[in-house]
Design a protein around this ligand. Structure first.
Ligand code: R5P
Length: 285
């Protein structure tokens, strides 16, 4: 078996190869130093995949990684791989999993249909809604990244786990149970892409350490509101932990109210502290 890593999640791809005991194929991402002047992507496999079971690891965020993924798929097929498992650690566009307004695409479906071309199986990590797996015509599995969060938080004496919104309720429950800590959930109203409101809820957090857990941190607005609520109620320590740390714009600045902000390696970021390689490997045959 060989693992090929796209540039979105290279460290994860290397760790995955280690866990699977597979070979790692390096990729050149530039033909000339500095890349193409027009910003077009370039890839070249620097090792053989001929006749191999290949695991291709690439998140679909930001958009340029989608193009890179198509290029890697083409190269892998052309070099004669026997079987390809596409591992999408962060499935960008997964949040547009339905048509919210007339005239909109189902973006997750649009991507799934195209990404699966040439793949024999697909694996995602903490996909926003597991329902999107039905958009793939090949076998598709999602693994939870929450056990990786729990492993990291275990050493921290967390008194409570908090979900910042209803969608994250299941994550707080999973992490809370793994830590043996109580968990709570807030309700959130999104006003626009950058602004959310979080319900005022009285929580027993005075002097306590709280971990806020979510699948994605994008602008940081959701976590920032939850952290402010915790601070206003006397929380002594606030840690924000997510699977997919996108940290768009000044997100990390907004999150300075937290003592620590940590994320997995599905998307490489300054907050990446731990790996979902073990979880990903568990779904790869
Ligand atoms: C939404 O339901 C997701 O689980 C996250 O809560 C959301 O994507 C976070 O976005 P932001 O960081 O921009 O508030």
């Amino acid at each position: 078996m060989k693992v090929v890593g796209g540039s979105s999640s290279l460290a994860l791809a290397r760790s995955l190869a280690g866990v699977l005991g597979a070979g790692f194929v390096d990729v050149a991402f530039e033909k000339h130093a500095g890349g193409f002047p027009d910003g077009e992507r370039y890839v070249r496999l620097l090792g053989s995949v001929k006749g191999e079971d290949v695991v291709l690891v690439e998140s679909t965020h930001p958009d340029e990684k989608v193009v890179e993924l198509f290029l890697l798929q083409d190269a892998i097929a052309d070099e004669g791989a026997a079987r390809v498992t596409l591992a999408i650690p962060y499935f960008g566009y997964g949040r547009q999993d339905k048509k919210f307004e007339p005239g909109e695409p189902v973006s997750a479906r649009a991507l799934a249909r195209r990404l699966q071309v040439g793949s024999d199986a697909v694996v995602t990590v903490s996909v926003h809604d597991p329902g999107v797996l039905h958009f793939f015509d090949v076998p598709a599995t999602d693994v939870s990244g929450m056990p990786a969060l729990a492993r990291y938080l275990k050493g921290m004496d967390v008194d409570m786990v908090l979900a910042p919104d209803g969608n994250a309720r299941r994550f707080a429950e999973e992490v809370g149970e793994a830590l043996g800590a109580p968990w709570e959930a807030l309700e959130k109203t999104r006003l626009d892409s950058h602004t959310v409101e979080v319900e005022e809820k009285s929580l027993d957090v005075d002097g306590r350490a709280v971990a806020i857990v979510d699948d994605v941190i994008s602008t940081g607005g959701t976590i920032a509101k939850a952290a402010a609520l915790l601070r206003s109620q006397g929380a002594a320590r606030v840690v924000a932990a997510c699977v997919h740390g996108l940290f768009v714009g000044n997100a990390l600045e907004r999150l300075k109210t937290c003592d620590e902000v940590v994320a997995t390696d599905t998307v490489s970021s300054p907050a990446t502290r731990f790996s979902v390689a073990r979880e990903l490997a568990s779904a790869i045959e």
